[in-house]
Design a protein around this ligand. Structure first.
Ligand code: SF4
Length: 486
């Protein structure tokens, strides 16, 4: 009975997770300081700014005198895991790493929270990772056969063990050799041996940038966290680059071996990243605004107002409004305080979940022909509920304009999506989707315009969830574990 109940509860959580939008799996943040100080406080604020990238667990590890490591990780939002009392228990330290997690591989429990902390060749070591490794099972099986033991089910632990195994000569040599073996998406921070190492996979699938706060060095998944600390962004870590910060804050850069070609995740610009971040030199805000402007030139719709689905599509809606001359309005208000604990116990409550998260602003939409911009359509269920919500609250017409092409393929690189048959664009055409979501019309951003708005060419980005053009040959791997089935 207990097992059945747990399974049912788990299903409730999973349905909730998929109800709204795909989720980024993780955010990472690290600092190396000139002097020992209260570094955990700064990492806390960095993680707080990255909370949108993972809401299931949070962790901080700091390295202090004689390479000791103090760490703490728990399930919950950053503010729940680290109340002031807990933060003040961290010792003064020179280096530290932090992590926020949303699970796609490995179950959602504290054993899988990060940073991964272990005793290795260079003493206490902490590893924080964002991304998915597609050949992880294979490497893990081989290592287990050779006598390695693992405590949890996340690929980050396998990366940590592999780096340690290959680090006979030096930590950086171990990183290089391990990264030559792992296949997939990875931005990683490693803290050991009085060093902080940051690296990005050869395709640069996951973002990672470097900044400064006075003399101290910061690494972060997104620049918004550097800004939050009052720091200055220096640059992005390049695809395939390993940056090592020594104890005296000397910074060294080397490259991974093999083919290195930027194919960064375009979904970061579309939806995942915060609008105030810069990724690979492009302001996410500008990319979204430009998408809206382009959509207005492309889709001429006779309407009274244009609105965006909060938060990511609001910027595109403003761009659309500017070019079309149709006034922008706020049609939806979002409840921003729903954390991982929002579990709906019954089917009827699940049906109402969109209403709990989003409410229509009746006075702004009553009797109006509305253009509603959203960043993407994944399953279609959320779009259907939002369209219905707007109609129930008086919208005369709802025209959906999507600031990306239709999502039709799953992601295997760390963004929580569905199997192809669960993605509405994976098996239905535009007219059928329009009918399914109950909109008066439905329009998409063409791929060539989306990549242009994001400041590059198609060959600069991974666009696989839109067109199936995966930047890695995946035919050799078991990908089942990356697809969450309902
Ligand atoms: S498949 Fe989509 S979400 Fe995944 S990395 Fe590629 S563009 Fe990003």
């Amino acid at each position: 009975m207990k097992t059945a109940k747990r399974a049912k509860d788990r299903r409730s959580v999973i349905i909730e997770r998929h109800e709204f939008k795909p989720q980024e799996e993780c955010g990472i943040f690290g600092m190396a300081c000139k002097e020992s100080r209260d570094i955990a406080q700064d990492i806390y604020f960095g993680l707080y700014a990255l909370q949108h990238r993972g809401q299931e667990s949070a962790g901080i590890a700091v390295q202090y005198e004689c390479r000791k490591v103090s760490y703490s990780k728990k399930m919950g939002l950053v503010s729940e895991v680290f109340p002031q009392r807990r933060l003040s228990e961290f010792p003064s330290a020179r280096t530290g790493v932090g992590h926020v997690r949303y699970s796609t591989t490995g179950s959602s429990n504290v054993a899988n929270a990060q940073p991964v902390v272990f005793y290795g060749r260079y003493g206490r070591t902490a590893v924080a990772h964002n991304g998915n490794i597609v050949n992880c099972d294979r490497i893990k099986s081989r290592m287990i056969k050779n006598g390695h033991i693992f405590q949890c089910s996340i690929d980050s632990e396998v990366i940590a063990a592999l780096i340690n195994q290959y680090s006979e000569e030096s930590l950086e040599a171990g990183v290089k050799k391990a990264c030559g073996e792992i296949v997939g998406a990875f931005s990683i921070l490693i803290m050991a041996d009085d060093k902080l190492i940051a690296l990005r996979d050869p395709l640069g699938l996951k973002p990672l940038c470097m900044g400064k706060l006075n003399d101290d060095i910061i690494f972060s998944s997104e620049s918004c966290a550097i800004d939050a600390l009052g720091g200055t962004e220096i640059r992005d870590i390049m695809p395939g680059e390993i940056v090592t910060v020594e104890k005296d804050l000397t910074v060294r850069s080397t490259m991974l071996d093999g083919v290195i070609k930027r194919r960064s995740c375009i979904f970061e610009y579309v939806y995942l990243a915060r609008s105030d971040s810069r990724i690979d030199g492009v302001n996410v805000y500008d990319a979204r605004y430009e998408c809206g402007r382009m959509l207005a030139s492309l889709c001429k719709i006779d309407a009274d107002a244009v609105a965006g689905v909060p938060d990511s599509a609001i910027v595109s809606a403003r761009g659309y409004s500017e070019v079309s001359g149709i006034p922008y309005t706020d049609a939806l208000s979002k409840n921003r305080y729903i954390g991982r604990t929002f579990i709906q116990p019954s089917q009827s409550m699940r049906e109402n979940s969109v209403k709990v998260k989003l409410n229509a602003i009746k006075a702004n939409i009553m009797g109006k022909r509305l253009i509603l911009i959203d960043d993407s359509i994944v399953r279609g269920t959320t779009s259907r509920k939002i369209v219905q919500l707007l109609r129930d609250n008086g919208a005369a017409e709802v025209h959906m304009v999507i600031a990306s092409p239709v999502v039709a393929f799953p992601c295997f690189f760390g963004v929580d999506m569905e199997s192809k048959d669960k993605l509405i664009g994976g098996h239905q055409g535009s007219d059928a989707i329009c009918k399914a979501i109950g909109a008066d019309s439905l329009h998409y951003m063409p791929m060539e315009l989306m990549v242009k708005a994001c400041g590059g060419q198609k060959s600069d980005f991974c666009t696989a969830c839109f067109d199936g053009d995966y930047p890695l040959d995946l035919s050799d791997y078991n990908l089942d574990k990356f697809v969450l089935e309902l």
